[in-house]
Design a protein around this ligand. Structure first.
Ligand SMILES: [Zn+2]
Length: 247
């Protein structure tokens, strides 16, 4: 049992109401792409910037709350997931301090990951967010965003019960149409696109960044195929269960 981190209140004016009755069922993780957490905090509290998130986690494990969870923070921008384009309305957004690809991307320190873990644990206890909807900005905005990036340890987070990670997937050779179908099942915006389509290629890169980060430098292989198949199968199963439970 993890104790929730001490939260430093640092209110931002950048938020609005959530639509009445909208579920909060996505947890969206970002990196700040700024050298210092304090600079990110300033920016997300500047009315002119028009951006925010609910929380910021510093590299030293400090956690700031900028927007109350029942309010709609402004972090996702143009985005889409599993049929929805208004991700801000149904998500909690966490910015994780990291210089990012703009200022020297580096691993996320253990103390920061531990603080993030306990923050996420509390959020998941308060909202019905399924494992397959714990996502990165790059998942909902492929081709436009790459955060939190390939150094973010989704596997470790999932080992702590946060997010979806397939166990020992068997390698698989997938045809382009199978890849497109699997990406669509997972929630990426594919439409009827073939894999040659730039949007489909962006979705595949986003998938690999999240679930096969070690594969990014290599050609698409049977390992990636196997993980893709396993993640889409796990999500199919989750949806089926949800339908059964929900009637
Ligand atoms: Zn982001």
């Amino acid at each position: 049992m993890t104790v929730e981190p001490t939260v430093i209140e640092h209110p931002s004016p950048n938020h609005g109401p959530r639509p009445v009755g909208a579920p909060i069922d996505i947890l969206l993780l970002h990196y700040t792409d700024m050298t210092r957490a304090e600079d990110a905090l300033d920016r997300m509290c500047d009315p002119a910037a028009q951006v925010s998130a609910h929380y910021l986690v510093g590299e030293d494990g400090r956690v700031w709350r900028m927007v109350a969870e029942d309010r709609r923070a402004w972090h996702a921008g143009v985005s889409w997931w599993d049929g929805d384009s208004d991700i801000n309305s149904r998500s909690i957004g966490i910015e994780i301090s990291n210089p990012g690809h703009s200022h020297g991307y580096r691993p996320f320190p253990d103390v920061q990951m531990s603080a993030l873990e306990s923050l996420c644990r509390g959020i998941l206890a308060r909202h019905p967010i399924p494992a397959n909807r714990v996502l990165g900005h790059s998942d909902v905005s492929p081709g436009r965003k790459i955060d939190p990036g390939h150094l973010f340890d989704w596997h470790w987070l999932a080992s702590r019960g946060i997010g979806l990670w397939p166990t020992d997937p068997a390698p698989a050779t997938l045809q382009p149409e199978d890849i497109a179908a699997a990406l669509g099942t997972i929630g990426y915006r594919i439409g009827g696109a073939e894999m040659a389509d730039p949007a489909a290629q962006s979705a595949l890169w986003a998938f690999r960044r999240h679930w096969c980060p070690q594969s990014l430098k290599h050609p698409l292989d049977r390992h990636v195929g196997g993980v893709l198949k396993a993640v889409s199968a796990a999500i199919k199963k989750t949806r089926k269960n949800r339908c059964t439970l929900g009637g």
